[in-house]
Ligand binder design. Structure first.
Ligand SMILES: [Zn+2]
Length: 258
């Protein structure tokens, strides 16, 4: 090899090393942000979960099934089988939170009805404010009537808000209110209450005259058991009960369910 060839060889080698080092840098610079993003997501998830747990426990909330293990859960707003037809904001897990006071009273109800051959089946309990905001936004979208035939066939959607079926605040957000029914352990079915949960219409009024005596009796078995242990019902929904001595009657919580 002459001097000129040697020089070319050295220059070629130097250039290829330079290219290689640039490629490495490129790879490195691509890899770094990916790692960063991954870490960021993990951090956010961890932080959110921690926040929920601490927000819930800091305010004396408990996971209902920890206190009432016999309860059956069917958290409708976590699923799409509800009057909106989509999962509701703030429902990130199919679990139920209540204040400790409400959960303890519910345990007494559960033991009471269990002796009669029933279990409690829970549809909703604590409801974060963002979920209520989601209901309100939905009620203002007149064209979205996806679940009308199942939940409000006889009411024009704009009237749901005007007539109080949807409101800007819900007692559920205060953490001591629950929606539930009875599950019959002999027939292995929900008891017949004469109208489904979240049926938006007068058929859901506990004292509605159009239900059969059997359906009325079932409504009263649930209501009497709830009342015996410190809850009160309302005149419009057979499934909805509020703890009379609720610890946070004026606090509307925001932490999500997860
Ligand atoms: Zn309710």
């Amino acid at each position: 090899m002459n001097k000129k060839s040697l020089l070319y060889a050295i220059v070629a080698l130097a250039m290829s090393m330079l290219v290689l080092s640039c490629q490495n840098k490129e790879n490195a610079s691509v890899a770094e942000p990916q790692t960063e993003v991954k870490e960021e997501v993990t951090t956010v998830e961890t932080t959110t979960a921690d926040t929920t747990v601490s927000e819930a426990s800091k305010n004396g909330f408990v996971v209902v099934t920890d206190v009432v293990p016999d309860a059956i859960l069917e958290i409708r707003y976590f699923s799409t089988f509800n009057f909106m037809g989509v999962r509701v904001d703030g429902y990130n897990a199919p679990i139920a939170y209540l204040t400790k006071e409400a959960a303890d009273s519910l345990k007494a109800v559960s033991d009471d009805v269990k002796a009669m051959g029933y279990r409690l089946k829970i549809f909703d309990a604590y409801r974060p404010q963002c979920a209520v905001d989601h209901f309100v936004r939905w009620s203002q979208e007149a064209s979205d009537t996806l679940m009308k035939r199942y939940f409000y066939p006889d009411i024009d959607k704009p009237r749901l808000f005007e007539e109080g079926y949807i409101a800007k605040k819900s007692r559920h957000t205060c953490g001591s209110t629950i929606d539930l029914t009875l599950f019959d352990m002999n027939t292995e079915k929900e008891v017949d209450m004469g109208s489904p949960f979240d049926w938006l219409g007068e058929e859901s009024h506990p004292d509605y005259a159009g239900v059969t005596p059997e359906q009325h009796k079932n409504r009263m078995i649930l209501r009497d058991a709830m009342v015996r242990h410190g809850f009160r019902g309302i005149s419009t929904e057979w499934w909805h009960f509020v703890l009379k001595n609720e610890p946070y009657p004026d606090t509307y919580f925001t932490f999500p369910i997860e």
